[in-house]
Design a protein around this ligand. Structure first.
Ligand SMILES: [Zn+2]
Length: 332
C-alpha cells in the first residue's frame, strides 16, 4: 500500500511530468520563434523548388511538382499533433476549396515530430477527421522537409506556374497576404513566370526592421550586420553538389557550383561570381585588416570577402558565408 508521502510524490511527479509535456508541446509549437516570411519574390528572383520526394499519398495519386507545372502550388508543411499547424489548417483548406478550380493545387507535406505522428494509419485518421480533402504526402524521413530547408511547423510555401518558390511563411498568420499572393500567381501568365533576368537589376531597399522580420537572427547578423559565421559550421563549405547559390536575402543568383573550390578555410569559396554585376566590392578595414568586402549588388547584403589568393583562372577567392547563400541543386 502506498504511504501518504509516496502518494504526494506520485502526484507531484505527475504534475511535473504534465507540465514538462506541456512545455515541450508549447516549445514545439513555438518552435516557429515568431512567425516570419521571405519577401514575395519576382519570377526572375525566385529559384526552382526541389522535386517532391515520394512518401505515402493520401487523397491522391502520387504527384510531382514537374507534373504540376502550369498550376500554382501551395505546400503546407505540417504535422497533426502541432496546434499551430491545426490553427493554420482552416485557411489552407479554404484556399484549396476557393482556388482549385482556378488552377491551385494544395499539397500537405506531413513531416512528423512525435512517434505517433509517423504511423500512416494515424495520419489517415487525422486527415479524414480534420476534413482535409487535398493531397497529403507523408514525410517520415524528412526528405521534403530538408529539401525545402524547412525548420519549423507550420511552413507554407507558394510555388508559381513555372515551379519556382515565390513565397514562404513560417508559423501562423499572414493568411490574407498569402491568399493575395495565390491570387496574383494564378493571374500570372506562365511565360511571365518564366521571365528573364532583367528584373534582377532592380535594387531592393528595405528597412532594418523589414530585414529583421524576414531573416533568421543568424542570417540577419551576417547579411545585414556583416557578421561572419564560424568556419566549418555553415551548410555549404563542404557542399559538392551541382547547382546555383542565390543571395539568401533577395534571391539574386550569385555563384555556380562550377566555380566553387575547396579552399580549406571552412567557408564556401568560389573563384568568380556568375556575373560581375551581381556583386559589389568595397574596401573594408574593420578588425585592423585590409580586406575587400563583397555585397549583393541587388539588396546590398553582406556576403563575405574576396581575396587574391584564389586558383586559376581568376586568382581570386570569394570567401562567402553559407548563411548569406541559398543553394538550389540542379534538376536532374
Ligand atoms: Zn541580395
Amino acid at each position: 500500500m502506498l504511504t501518504e508521502v509516496t502518494k504526494i510524490r506520485l502526484i507531484v511527479g505527475l504534475v511535473v511530468t504534465g507540465l514538462l509535456a506541456g512545455t515541450l508541446f508549447i516549445t514545439r509549437g513555438a518552435n516557429v520563434f515568431s512567425s516570419r516570411q521571405t519577401p514575395f519574390l519576382k519570377a526572375a528572383g525566385a529559384s526552382l523548388a526541389p522535386e517532391l520526394v515520394p512518401g505515402t499519398w493520401i487523397n491522391s495519386e502520387p504527384l510531382t511538382l514537374k507534373g504540376l507545372r502550369g498550376k500554382v502550388v501551395v505546400i503546407d508543411f505540417w504535422t497533426f499533433g502541432c496546434y499551430n499547424c491545426r490553427n493554420t489548417l482552416p485557411f489552407v483548406k479554404a484556399w484549396s476549396d476557393r482556388y482549385a478550380s482556378k488552377g491551385l493545387v494544395v499539397v500537405g507535406v506531413h513531416s512528423p515530430e512525435m512517434e505517433e505522428e509517423q504511423k500512416i494509419e494515424n495520419v489517415r485518421r487525422e486527415v479524414a477527421s480534420l476534413g482535409i480533402r487535398y493531397p497529403v504526402v507523408t514525410d517520415n524521413d524528412y526528405a521534403n522537409w530538408k529539401a525545402f530547408n524547412v525548420d519549423a511547423w507550420p511552413t507554407v510555401i507558394v510555388i508559381d506556374k513555372a515551379g519556382r518558390v515565390r513565397w514562404t511563411h513560417v508559423g501562423e498568420g499572414a493568411y490574407a497576404e498569402t491568399e493575395q499572393i495565390i491570387q496574383k500567381l494564378i493571374a500570372e501568365d506562365e511565360t511571365q513566370a518564366r521571365a528573364g533576368e532583367k528584373d534582377m537589376t532592380e535594387k531592393i531597399v528595405k528597412t532594418d526592421e523589414e530585414w529583421r522580420k524576414e531573416l533568421t537572427p543568424e542570417q540577419y547578423e551576417v547579411l545585414r550586420k556583416a557578421g561572419t559565421e564560424r568556419a566549418f559550421t555553415g551548410a555549404y563549405w563542404d557542399n559538392h553538389e551541382k547547382g546555383v547559390y542565390y543571395c539568401a536575402a533577395c534571391g539574386q543568383k550569385l555563384f555556380s557550383s562550377d566555380t566553387k573550390f575547396d579552399s580549406g578555410t571552412g567557408w564556401p569559396s568560389y573563384y568568380q561570381p556568375l556575373s560581375e554585376k551581381s556583386v559589389d566590392r568595397e574596401g573594408d578595414n574593420s578588425y585592423g585588416m585590409e580586406r575587400t568586402e563583397v555585397r549583393c549588388h541587388r539588396c546590398g547584403s553582406h556576403l563575405g570577402h574576396v581575396f587574391d589568393d584564389g586558383p586559376a583562372p581568376t586568382g581570386l577567392r570569394y570567401c562567402m558565408n553559407s548563411l548569406a547563400l541559398k543553394f538550389v541543386k540542379d534538376a536532374k
